[in-house]
Every structure is written in structure tokens, then in C-alpha cells.
Design a protein around this ligand. Sequence first.
Ligand SMILES: [Zn+2]
Length: 330
Amino acid sequence: MAASSSLCRVPVFRVSPLIIPAITLSHVLRPSVASLSTSSRMSCGPSQSQDGSGDHDNGRPSSSAIMTGSGRWRPMCLYHTQGKCTKVDDPIHMEQFNHDCKKDLRVCAAGVEYSGSQDMDYFLVLDLEGKVEILEYPVLIVDAKTLDVVDLFHRFVRPCQMSEQRINEYVEGKYGKLGVDRVWHDTAITFGDVIKQFEAWLSQNHLWNKELGGRLHRAAFVTCGNWDLKTKIPQQCKVSRIKLPPYFMEWINLKDVYLNFYHREARGMMSMMRQLNIQPLGSHHLGIDDTKNIARVLQRMLVDCAPMRITAWRNPRSPNSVQFAFEKRI
Ligand SMILES: [Zn+2]
């Protein structure tokens, strides 16, 4: 299908062309931090605030100081993210839409030395959309050492237990106001097909091998809250009559890590971004944009040396029972 319908996509956040999205690590090069040896991770973290309160809004440059990059923000081509853009030869389309999932997520190489001893090699940032059935499944791979975005998987998902009329209303209500309902209709596939393609993508990225027990290899999902993997994925698997894949058995809830690292509560992605002075980009509740924004929070937390660890896991013998790592949770 032609990609022309995506031309009507409306960004909810009006981002000034002068506010550039990529996070740099320049703020870690403040004298007090820049003098740290590359291995002194114990020395960095929330206690580094100049007032000693652990509040990252104090004693740190504002977000404008940690933003760099070039060019204005543009919405992603949502055909391209799903491997279906037919307009790569159209200069107007290419100018209007971003075709590089890494563009808003570049991290200045100068401070990469301050990240890198995480338990995982890769983080799979995931933010599902769809309350009744899943409508969107976006995943970004973030390299734990370089903080670079390695790859993106993005699919719109067609509900399997709804009438056509109900799907139309559901999609119109969810995506109509964002101007992406047409691209949804052009591209959505069933959850079963999404999972097959997702597993092929994981294998290509050497993060998963069915023959080796089906768990992720040196990688973990990162979500904003527990809802995505604790509640929604098992529900959708049941509706789609799929056995819960073993890689959905554990995850990192970024809000729990945030609370226990900064000792400050954030109810959601927007509060974390507000508290960390990171400018939101794109359309809130468009899964691909939320995933990129969560990835930016993750990058910032890795720069701050927040230790990413599994915060929730299912009991293999009783998958409905979930245990949590932290006592203090959101
Ligand atoms: Zn395109």
C-alpha cells in the first residue's frame, strides 16, 4: 500500500526544531564526575547531586544541556518501521518522515565509559498499546554498554476476537486522533504472526534461540510498569490461543528501578521524563513514540549508573504467580 496516508500523522508534542532529541553524556563530564576512573561505578549515582539530596534535578544541567544532534524532529514513517514503506524514492516523503529509528536516540560517545557494567548486554524496551486486545507491539534494542539503539521491531496488531465494526471503532478511537488509523489498517497483522516475526527478529539479533530453552540470551525486557508483561501479554496469548513464550517470564520495570535508585516516585513515563528534564518527543500513547521516550529515560538512567536488574519474574511452575525484586514498588 502507498504510504501517502501517513502524511496526515499529527505529532501531539509540538517540538521546537531547536530542541534536539538525542541525549548526550556531556553532563557526566562535569568536573566531579569526569575525574572518576572508568571503573568507578560505585561513585556515580543519585548521591552525586551537589546538594547531596539525591535529586537529579539539582546539581545537574537541564535537559537542554544534555541534548544534542542535528536536524528537526520528524515523525517516524510507520510503514518503514514495519518494513512496508514503498516511498523511499520519493524525496518529499523522505524529507517529511524519519526512516532512521536511531535518530532520536543517539548518545554522545564521550561519556559511554560511564555505563557498561550491567548484568545484561542488551535491553529490549517494550511498550504495548491496546486495552481490549493489543493493537501495537514496538520493541527497541538498546546496547547496555554503548547505549546505542541496535534495532527496532514494530508491528500493528489486528485483534482476533472482535467484529470488523468493533475493530474500526476501536482503532478510530485509539489512533484516529493521532492520524495513524489508515496506516494501522494497511499494516496490522495477527498477534500470532507478530510473535513469529518477533522471534525471527530476536534470532537475527542473536538474542534468542528456540533450541536453547527459549529464554533471552543476555537480554531483558524493559517496560514502564508491570502491565505489559504481567497482564497484557498473557491475556493476549490466551485470546490468540498461543502458549506464553518463555521469554516473557521476567522483565525489568523501569519505574521500580527509578524509585529505588533516585528514591523518588514517578507514576509513569511522563513523570520520569519531567523529573529528569527530558523533553518528550512524538505522540504520547503511540506505542513506537512511547517506546522511544522510555528508551531515552533508560539511556539517561544508564548514564547515571542505575543498576538495571530483573524486577519481576514468574514462577515456572505457576506462571500466574509473579514475584518482585523490590520491596518498595510503584
Ligand atoms: Zn516511508
